[in-house]
Write a new protein. Structure first.
Length: 314
């Protein structure tokens, strides 16, 4: 049995994810059967190619090198969320994103893509990267999903409005099922008609942020200027793990082991790149720790974080 989890933010959650990976390795008795870390996903800010969530900040080359080395030495791929739908040809030459891809170009690491322009660029210039077709594409029909699975993608992320639609999942050929990834803990309202527009707005904001810090590195970025439709005011974006469990798109850990894995599915994504580290940690416990071990596993990880300086209440 393989239950492969793609976990959020190798950059912002670097210490948390490193300590969690070590606990999974050294304390396997805490965890459900078959749990694997399939990847840590995200970007090193400032990445103009980034999509899905606007991410600020600046990482230097030394930190980039450290994170790549730390996780790759443990056999864990980094998966870059290069899913900005607003990119133009001029953005393909971005120095920072190309530097990151060159530094991580070792055959282990991966990229998530949405823009055909960027996908073609990566395929031509970085052919050793395994590519994932992004949830941002909104593959919300069986026909669209099957068509994408026929293409040369390592993984295809299904639109989470199809989560728990077992009458459709049963129609997917068995040979495709290990390559389908489910976003299991989406906070977005099911059936939201504005989601694609929101993704595009996020892409525009990311481009604007990158251009801003190049010109005005010491001045704050006014994101509201690039959010005319007020997507940042969405009341659902800050939902925590205990608030989303009744959504029809939610996939519980019991369903993963009792329904999805027996059907041949094995790829599950946990969102949380802009969530608080405490919410991310609790989500890890919810999905991957055995129910009877959650309290001890949580305490062990929090204590390790405190001892390492990754967590402080002072």
């Amino acid at each position: 049995m393989r239950v492969r989890f793609h976990l959020p933010d190798f950059s912002g959650n670097f210490k948390l994810n490193l300590l969690f990976a070590e606990m999974l390795k050294h304390r396997p008795e805490f965890f459900r059967e078959g749990v694997e870390i399939a990847s840590f996903y995200g970007v090193f800010p400032p990445s103009i190619w980034n999509g899905g969530r606007t991410q600020g900040g600046v990482c230097d080359k030394t930190f980039v090198k450290q994170v790549i080395k730390t996780f790759n030495e443990r056999g864990i791929p980094l998966r870059f969320t290069f899913t900005n739908p607003a990119l133009e040809k001029k953005h393909l030459s971005d120095q920072f994103c190309n530097m990151v891809l060159n530094m991580a170009n070792n055959g282990l690491n991966e990229a998530i893509v949405m823009s055909p322009l960027l996908e073609d660029y990566i395929r031509r210039n970085f052919p050793d990267y395994k590519l994932t077709s992004s949830t941002c594409k909104r593959l919300d029909t069986l026909e669209g999903l099957l068509g994408e699975l026929e293409k040369d993608y390592h993984i295809v992320v299904m639109d989470y409005d199809l989560n728990n639609r077992f009458e459709l999942l049963e129609k997917i050929p068995m040979e495709y099922r290990p390559r389908i990834e489910f976003l299991s803990n989406a906070c977005c309202e099911p059936g939201c008609p504005r989601r694609s527009a929101h993704y595009h707005s996020i892409g525009v904001q990311q481009i604007a942020y990158n251009e801003h810090i190049k010109k005005y590195p010491n001045l704050p970025f006014n994101v509201e200027k690039y959010d005319p439709d007020h997507f940042r005011d969405c009341p659902y974006s800050q939902r925590g793990i205990f608030e989303i469990r009744n959504l029809r798109t939610h996939i519980s850990p019991e369903d993963i082991w009792e329904k999805y894995v027996p059907m041949g599915f094995e790829q599950f994504k946990i969102e949380g790149r802009t969530a608080s580290p405490i919410n991310v940690l609790e989500t890890y416990m919810y999905y991957m720790a055995k129910p009877e071990c959650r309290d001890e596993a949580r305490f062990t990880l929090l204590k390790t974080m405190e001892n390492s300086g990754a967590l402080s209440f002072k």
